[in-house]
Design a protein around this ligand. Sequence first.
Ligand code: ASP
Length: 351
Amino acid sequence: MKRTNKVLLIYTGGTIGMGQNIKTGALEPLDFHHLVENVPEFELIQTDVDVYQFTPPIDSSDMTPTMWAKLVTIISERYEHYDGFVILHGTDTMAYTASALSFMLENLTKPVVLTGSQLPIGVLRTDGKENLISSIELASAHHEDGTAIVPEVCIYFNGRLLRGNRSTKQNADGFNAFDSFNFPHLCDAGVNFTYHEHLILKPNFKKPMVPHTHLDPHVMALSLFPGLQEDIVQQILEVPNLRGIVMRSYGSGNAPQTPWLTHLLSQAAERGVIVVNVSQCVWGNVEMSRYDNGYQLQNAGVVSGYDSTVEAALAKLMFLQAQYDDYATICQKMKQSIAGEITLPPNVTMN
Ligand code: ASP
């Protein structure tokens, strides 16, 4: 394989490229020239970097599934020209974007590294420079045979490279904005990059990457809490276009045993609404057979999300709902790992 050492930098916006609005004092996205002006180190980077800029750049709170499809198109149309891709993105929805892209870029053989920063690049103490420069290095890193070292959708932040669909924003202020609680880091960046190769996905390098641009966002996240009201849950579950719910349950996947909830969930399943059980805890696994309260959910047709993040479960539902019409297939695929987003307990087999 020819070594190009070429990376495409896709600038979507986010704090990294923001500046202060003189009137309001609030941060707003600025164009890529502003970013480059503040990173003279760009000249020193060994890798060739081309840039694709979202116009206008956005605060990632404005991210949409349509923009995820646009990212997939940008990457797939230029796939052969680059060793890897870096996406500059706001931190607020970065874990959702990383999760969605991990499903939409099937058999990904090149790195797609999302990064950003907590302080704008023009600020003296910015974390943006290191995040940006290391991400470019990680996106172009390859083995001697030319294959990418990290052919995955990842998030690089504060010295660690995380699997994108395992990541969650954990800190609104600190530079350690992300972690992947249920999966170890793919690489730690100190003086050198320490890759944990046994954890990194191994795609089929001989087969092409298959881009998917369709998503069905008729999904909803529902967090359980003591005092949850029947009429409100009923309204949500009976919304006509709803196809999937990520239910954020307690602990190892528990919910109150109150008959109305079990009844509403069973009815939803009968109407073809997929209910996926993901824990409110950031660490650990949903195990519905551990307590009687969880067992009831299983009987009501609720599907285990295992140790999935909420971000990954929502994105996976959107992806599968766009691929398949029938309830049973989507339920079955939800319980399988598509891009390393869940760890199946040893007694569960993938079929
Ligand atoms: N609101 C910003 C965004 O997500 C926050 C950030 O980039 O850190 O775009």
